[in-house]
Structures are given as structure tokens and as C-alpha cells.
Ligand binder design. Structure first.
Ligand SMILES: [Zn+2]
Length: 456
């Protein structure tokens, strides 16, 4: 098991290509970043940054890029993927939930572990994760040393009794919110609006006030889903949420593909942010979220994978590239979502969305040392040479970079991935445990009938 304390002695990554994702989107090439005691101590051009004598030095030699750790603002850990395929959301959801109908805490632990292993190796240092048995998620995150915002999937409709409840969510808040040196946070999570009563929404809002935690749910992923909500509740989803008291600064709604202007205005007025999941929205044929309209109204947008269940990958690299391409082709505008904008969404904007913008999401002195290096010395990431003031590296990172290009990962200055391998974990042994648990889960799931979307 990994040491739980933030990284101690100084480490310096020298002569690298550094993208800070700060307000001015500063970059240094060659640049040096120094961190100690879990915090960034210095960053700038190599000629100006002093490297402490005792520092552990990683020589970037112009062949390593350094970025802030990537932040996945909407994921669902899972043991299963690839079993619920070729289906629209409303058919896909009940089929996916067959996993939940038989899920045990031990299954969940393995689901968390495999999802976090994949995320961490791809440079994701923080995940907002909507899943179950959150204590097991905290355990898995602690084992790997990564940062998680755990969001219990809660519902109170009698046919969805297998989900978490507000009671189990409150217990998780009491036990694990803001623990592990601040790496583990807990949110209140509401599963689909059709699975949660009005009373449950109001009780969640009260609990959020009492414990000072935020609220996360998902909505308006597909047109048909919005129509169902309008029919059942007499209003579009965002208005129903507002009426039920869950929209406030710090609240986050995932997807928000089918929002009309009035709903976007409600997000802006209430300070509610959006977790944008482009790959999942494409795979489930949901549609294209109106990013430009969100931006124009000042709604904070982070980037999410939506987990392996509807994405088959938790790669934030794919989300950056595909998220940019989706906006370009939908708007017929090649200037939509530049490489820098994609990186911002995957780092500092995600941090702000999670209420952690002062701590993580950019490489700035005093911030937590959540950092990744990317091996640029590979055929698909060349060339590295600037010409006429143009930086090809930034564009190639977003449009040619892959999760497998990540070499090293630190969270709070502590190494979590070194040279592509997870620190302090026998990966093969962990995968054997995960595989055996998956086979067992699949056996228990056999013959379990899907329970359809709730009709009121
Ligand atoms: Zn989701």
C-alpha cells in the first residue's frame, strides 16, 4: 500500500515543455518546475528557476511535457463495460443497471480499482465518481494515492432500491468527506430524476447545507429523456431541479445536451456548473452540448468521461480531442475549442467546477503538486520544433496525444505512476483479482431481468 502522506523532499523536472493552464495559459520551453512537501515551490523558464541541491531531478531534455494532472468531472466506476452496447440511453440505462442489481461492496472495490488504475495511468489525478459503496472507492483511491470526489448514486423509488440512499450518503460524508489529506471528498448524488422523489431532492438540499457539501446529478442527455421529464413533472429538467432546491453555487449537472436558453440562464443565475461528456454523448447518440452558449453566459464547464460504461475508456485525452472535434463539426467552425481550451476544460475549469480551483488544476506556486509528464519523444508526437512563433507541441498533445503517452504522475507531490507503471501496486496481481471478481459478478447477473425506466 502507498504511503498516505503528501510527497516530502524536493523534486525538480528540468528543461521540460511546461503548460501551466493558469489564467494566461503560460508555457515554458525549456521550463523547470520544483515541488516539495506536496506543493509547487517554483515554475518558470529553466534559466530563472533555482533547483535545490538536494532535489530529485528528472531531466526533461526537451522531450517531456509537463501538465497539471487531468480532472475527470463525471465518471462512473464499473467492473463491466462492453456488455451494454448499441442502445439509446433509455434502453441502455436499465440494461446497465443489471450490474447494480447484484453489486456487492467487494465488486464495487474492484470496479473502483480498475477504473482508477486506468485513469491514473492516463494522467487523471482527480475523478468525480458516481458509483456505489463509496467507502470502497475511498479505499481504492487511497491505495493508489489519487484524488476522488465520491458521489453516491442515490435513489428512493421502490423499484430502484438497490441504489444508495440519503442515509448511506450521509454516513459516507461523516466517515470520508475531506479525508486522506483532502484527497477524498464526498458529494450528494441523485440518480436519474425519475428515480428520486421530490422529497428526496429537498432532503438532499438540506443535507448539503448541513454538511457543506455540493450536489451532483445528471440530466438532459437525450431528447427523449427530456420529453419524459416534461410529461411526468410538467417542466423541463433544469426548472424542476431549480424548483426542488438543488441548484446553487457548487452544484454540478452532467451532460446538459438538450437545454433551452431559459434553462442555460437558470444555470448561470444559480451558479450551477456543467460536466460535459462528449465521447459518451456521441456513443449513446445523445447530441452535442451547447458549449458556446454556456461560455457566453459564464457557466463553468469541465470535461468528463462518463466512465467506461458508456465510453469504454476513461481517457481524458480522447475527451479533449473528441470534445474539440465534436464542437467544430457541429458548429461548422474549425476555430471552436482550441487545444488550449480543451486543456483548460480538462484541468483548471474542472478544478473550478469541483470547487478546488485554488488548490489544483494549474501549475502555480503554492498549489498542490498534482502533475504529469508526457513522453514527447515518440513518432506520433513529433515535431517538437517551434517555427514562426507557432508551438506544434500544444496542438499535437491534444490531437495526437494518448493516455499511454503519460510517463509519470504525482498527486500532492507523491509519485503515483513512474515510467508508466503504478507505484506500490503489482498491476498484474490486481488485474487477476479484478478479473476473477468480474467473472463472479457476471455469473450472479445471469438471468437478472432489467427494470425499466420508472413511469412516475
Ligand atoms: Zn453519467
Amino acid at each position: 500500500m502507498n504511503d498516505q502522506t503528501p510527497g516530502g523532499g524536493a523534486t525538480a523536472i528540468t528543461d521540460a515543455v511546461i503548460y501551466c493552464a493558469d489564467d494566461g495559459f503560460s508555457s515554458f520551453n525549456p521550463g523547470t518546475v520544483v515541488f516539495a512537501d506536496g506543493v509547487i515551490a517554483a515554475v518558470g523558464p529553466s534559466s530563472t528557476v533555482e533547483v535545490p541541491d538536494a532535489a530529485t531531478v528528472i531531466d526533461g531534455r526537451g522531450r517531456l511535457a509537463v501538465l497539471p494532472g487531468l480532472i475527470d468531472v463525471h465518471s462512473h466506476s464499473s467492473l463491466l463495460k462492453g456488455y451494454s452496447e448499441n442502445a439509446q440511453l433509455m434502453d441502455w440505462l436499465p440494461e446497465y443497471q443489471r450490474e447494480h442489481q447484484v453489486l456487492t461492496p467487494d465488486d464495487a472495490y474492484c470496479g473502483y480499482l480498475v477504473s482508477y488504475m486506468e485513469a491514473l495511468k492516463g494522467g487523471t489525478t482527480t475523478v468525480m465518481d458516481m458509483y456505489r459503496f463509496g467507502h470502497k472507492g475511498a479505499e481504492a483511491a487511497d491505495r493508489l494515492g489519487m484524488r476522488v470526489h465520491l458521489v453516491p448514486y442515490a435513489a428512493d423509488h421502490p423499484t430502484k432500491a438497490f441504489f444508495e440512499t440519503l442515509e448511506t450518503s450521509e454516513q459516507l460524508i461523516c466517515d470520508r468527506h475531506d479525508t486522506s489529506d483532502g484527497r477524498v471528498k464526498v458529494w450528494l448524488g441523485l440518480e436519474h430524476i425519475t428515480y428520486c422523489s421530490e422529497e428526496m431532492f429537498r432532503a438532499a438540499a438540506d443535507l448539503a447545507d448541513r454538511y457543506g457539501v455540493n450536489i451532483h446529478t445528471h440530466t438532459s442527455e437525450q431528447q427523449e429523456e427530456v420529453e419524459v421529464v416534461v410529461e411526468l413533472f410538467g417542466g423541463r429538467p433544469v426548472h424542476v431541479f431549480a424548483e426542488r432546491g438543488i441548484l446553487r453555487p457548487g452544484s454540478v449537472l452532467a451532460h446538459c445536451v438538450w437545454l433551452d436558453d431559459a434553462e442555460i440562464e437558470v444555470l448561470a443565475e444559480t451558479g450551477t456548473g456543467v460536466a460535459h461528456c462528449p465521447v459518451s454523448n456521441m456513443k449513446l447518440a445523445g447530441g452535442t452540448a451547447p458549449l458556446e452558449e454556456f461560455r457566453r453566459r459564464g457557466v463553468t464547464v469541465g470535461l468528463g468521461t462518463d466512465g467506461g460504461i458508456s465510453n469504454n475508456s476513461v481517457s481524458m485525452w480522447e475527451c479533449m480531442k473528441i470534445g474539440s472535434l465534436l464542437q467544430k463539426v457541429t458548429r461548422l467552425d474549425a476555430t471552436a475549442v482550441s487545444a488550449a481550451e480543451a486543456i483548460r476544460m480538462a484541468t483548471i475549469d474542472g478544478a473550478r467546477l469541483l470547487g478546488a480551483g485554488d488548490e489544483i488544476g494549474s501549475i502555480e506556486v503554492g498549489k498542490q503538486a498534482d502533475l504529469i509528464t508526457v513522453d514527447l519523444w515518440q513518432p506520433h508526437l513529433l515535431p517538437l520544433a517551434r517555427a514562426e512563433g507557432h508551438d506544434p507541441i500544444l496542438w499535437n498533445l491534444v490531437f495526437a496525444g494518448r493516455a499511454g503517452d503519460v510517463r509519470d504522475v504525482w498527486v500532492q507531490g507523491r509519485p503515483c505512476v513512474a515510467d508508466g507503471r503504478i507505484c506500490g501496486l503489482d498491476e498484474s496481481e490486481a488485474l487477476t483479482e479484478i478479473h476473477a471478481r468480474t467473472v463472479d459478478l457476471l455469473k450472479r447477473r445471469e438471468g437478472v431481468a432489467a427494470i425499466g425506466m420508472v413511469a412516475g
